[in-house]
Design a protein around this ligand. Structure first.
Ligand SMILES: Nc1ncnc2c1ncn2[C@@H]1O[C@H](COP(=O)(O)OP(=O)(O)OP(=O)(O)O)[C@@H](O)[C@H]1O
Ligand SMILES: [Mg+2]
Length: 443
């Protein structure tokens, strides 16, 4: 008997005391802890006192019935398994039980095996969904803020570990919001010696081309108009540590050559100076476009690509690692509830289904924003899909987007966010956490 199973707590509600006791004996012999109630009021009291995993209720009871019981339980305790016991041939009873939110029904009379199998199935389903908060942070990588338990994430963790053990240049590829910067930081901070030196992110498209060289390599006072004093530059700032070249695919072609030179010579020159400076810097670069494709199109220098691409880490999109969705959602609920000083709401079954079915074109960032927004806006004990944007409820699902390209899907998502905000671009920008230029580009 597994440890988990022995800990499951079951509440049996039946006005017939003998039925209750027979079921209790059976379940107890399997290691479950069983509570009994003979009417809905008593059952409600048990539910509020004990942490019940599964409710088994009879259908026909005097006054309040099994349906009332289910309704009460679903309204108050949504991550609870529910099994309804119905009379022989009572299809109507079974149907209304399921409609009301029961997970399973068993028709009387039933065998011990039938009962045990249904109970085990129900408990398993709910235990899988109930995530022990301790589990969130049990592995090494969560201390770098990276959450994930899927096989794909296990591969990613292995790659991060490898990269953290040496100084080779790393190229991190993944869609927007998949955690590229998070991974770069994890690589940096797990390095034996570099971790105590700075990790410096450099946003390639954020720097005007004219200033690129001076920003990256530094300049001396008077090197150009506006150079009123010496500047260190990012390479110098990252000395002994790591430089993270974010969105490297956006680097203008002519600047790619300048970067290549540093990577080859491991030396750079400040603007306005001829002296060479040694660069002891670990380079990491990120892109959300496949660099190889850009090389083929002649938009990215092949020689630079080869220089950067010593270790490649591909981060899979969230929709390809469905097992991580709920884990991440709970992680963000814990995180933002704490930050906002609120109680952690529980996810309803509808919310769980919506989260798991959605395609997440904005990946983990989109999920994080959704949870954050919900915690700000709502003070309820439950987080339900009713509060999720319309875009999530039906239009995009993991099933029906497999034929869309990434850019089509992104466009679709951006449009739906705009629809959600009633066309208000400023609000949409806040939700998407992108700037106006990017928004226009995406559209
Ligand atoms: N596995 C993960 N566990 C926990 N948080 C994550 C994970 N992946 C991403 N995040 C969070 O999602 C957000 C986006 O991550 P990050 O900025 O690293 O993505 P990115 O790939 O660099 O995106 P972009 O291409 O848009 O710059 C961050 O708040 C990050 O903390
Ligand atoms: Mg990023």
């Amino acid at each position: 008997m597994s440890d988990k199973k022995s800990k499951a707590q079951i509440l049996v509600v039946d006005d017939n005391k003998i039925t209750c006791e027979v079921i209790q004996r059976n379940l107890a012999s399997e290691g479950y802890r069983v509570f009994l109630a003979h009417n809905v009021e008593d059952a409600a009291a048990v539910l509020s006192r004990q942490d019940i995993d599964l409710l088994i209720t009879d259908y026909k009871m005097p006054r309040l019935t099994g349906l009332d019981m289910i309704q009460y339980a679903r309204d108050h305790f949504q991550d609870l398994g529910i099994i309804m016991l119905t009379g022989y041939g009572s299809i109507k009873g079974a149907v209304s039980a399921l409609k009301q939110g029961a997970d399973e029904y068993i028709t009387k009379p039933f065998t011990d095996k039938e009962l045990m199998d249904t109970v085990a199935k129900c408990i398993k389903r709910y235990q899988e969904r109930r995530i022990d908060p301790g589990m969130l942070y049990s592995d090494t990588w969560s201390r770098f803020g990276i959450i994930g338990q899927s096989e794909k994430m296990q591969h990613l963790f292995a790659a991060i570990k490898k990269a953290g053990e040496n100084d080779a240049t790393v190229l991190i590829q993944g869609e927007s919001g998949t955690g590229k910067e998070l991974v770069a930081r994890a690589i940096h901070y797990s390095h034996k010696t570099r971790s105590v030196y700075p990790f410096i992110p450099f946003n390639c498209p954020g720097v005007p081309p004219a200033l690129f060289e001076s920003e990256l390599f530094g300049h001396v006072k008077g090197a150009f108009t506006g150079a009123t004093q010496d500047s260190k530059g990012f390479f110098r700032a990252a000395e002994n540590g790591g430089l993270f070249l974010d969105e490297i695919s956006e680097l203008p072609y002519e600047l790619q050559g300048k970067l290549l030179r540093v990577l080859q010579e491991k030396e750079y020159t400040r603007v306005g100076e001829t002296r060479q400076n040694k660069a002891d810097v670990r380079i990491m670069a990120a892109t959300n476009q496949k660099l190889e494709d850009l090389v083929e199109k002649g938009l990215f220098r092949q020689d630079l690509f080869f220089r950067i691409n010593v270790i490649t880490i591909d981060i899979p999109p969230l929709r390809d690692r469905g097992e991580d969705i709920l884990l991440l959602a709970k992680h963000f609920i814990v995180k933002y509830a704490k930050q906002l000083g609120k109680n952690e709401p529980k996810l309803t079954q509808n919310a769980i289904a919506a989260l798991e079915n959605y395609a997440w074109p904005g990946n983990v960032r989109e999920l994080e924003n959704l949870i954050h927004r919900n915690l700000i806006m709502n003070d309820t004990q439950y987080m339900d899909s009713a509060a999720f944007p319309a875009a999530m409820k039906n239009t995009i699902s993991r099933e029906n987007t497999v034929t869309l390209s990434l850019s089509e899907m992104t466009r679709k998502y951006v449009r739906e966010v705009l629809a959600h905000t009633g066309g208000n671009k400023a609000k949409a920008l806040q939700i998407l956490k992108i700037d106006r230029k990017t928004l226009l580009k995406k559209l």
